[in-house]
Design a protein around this ligand. Structure first.
Ligand SMILES: [Zn+2]
Length: 251
């Protein structure tokens, strides 16, 4: 069967450790070759604590614009930057046309209790954009920490970018069970965890993601194959592979 695939988690631009990462056109070709029709694109270098966030958002927008049919860019902001973070979020959404916000507590080195996070979340709710959090890596990025925030902001659409990864996927399930506004991007989540998420949370709040641009795009075939092997009906598979993120983003 041909199923629509929208990748909810890819990265564009220079790597977080300074290595040359994905070329926008090359990555789009790799994605297309594997049946991906659109991809949520996020920065890597823009998540480093000492970077020029606005400049990195501009770069991401330029890279995404090289393949506008493929990429749906998400901006980032750094909560340590106070009011500037809130105005940068507004600028990135209103002027650059970014469709969501990526936050990475682990790389950006902020706690989920950072007071400025409240202003950022309130602005994201006003702008009606989803927030994707990196998760799965203690000490700053555990699903249950993010869950506390999701509980306090029921109007915010929150995506766990990795659904707990290998060690914390059970916590990601707990989080989604507690908060209706939490969605699970199964990017790096083990297959056992994915199956449990289908059972406990259901395919309505699960989103396919590959981390391509950071990880090897050839893993996409394998990961799409995992979803196609799930014991659910075809429409439910399509929800995970594209329809859920399409609905959130109005694609
Ligand atoms: Zn990622």
């Amino acid at each position: 069967m041909t199923v629509r695939v929208i990748d909810g988690h890819v990265h564009l631009g220079t790597g977080w450790n300074g290595t040359e990462a994905s070329n926008s056109k090359m990555l789009a070709a790799e994605l297309r070759k594997r049946g991906v029709e659109k991809a949520v694109a996020m920065t890597l270098r823009g998540l480093m604590p000492n970077c020029d966030v606005a400049e990195e958002n501009n770069i991401l927008k330029e890279l995404a614009d090289q393949e506008p049919e493929m990429y749906v860019p998400f901006c980032t902001v750094n909560p340590h930057q106070g009011e500037e973070a809130v105005s940068e979020l507004r600028r990135a959404v209103k002027e650059l046309g970014m469709r969501g916000l990526k936050l990475h507590p682990w790389l950006q080195a902020f706690s989920i209790t950072h007071p400025n996070l409240e202003n950022i979340l309130e602005e994201a709710v006003r702008l009606r954009i989803p927030i994707i959090f990196h998760d799965g890596t203690p000490p700053y990025s555990t699903p249950l920490q993010i869950c506390d925030l999701a509980e306090r902001y029921p109007d915010a659409t929150i995506i766990l970018g990795h659904s707990g990864l290998k060690d914390l996927w059970k916590n990601a399930i707990n989080c989604a069970a507690r908060c209706d506004n939490v969605h699970l991007c199964i990017c790096g989540t083990p297959f056992k965890g994915i199956k449990q998420m289908v059972e406990d949370i259901g395919p309505e709040r699960m989103i396919f993601g590959s981390d391509a641009g950071f990880s090897d795009p050839s893993l996409i075939d394998f990961r799409v194959g995992q979803i196609l092997r799930l014991n659910i009906d075809e429409e439910e598979k399509e929800r995970i592979l594209s329809l859920n993120i399409a609905r959130i983003l109005g694609l």
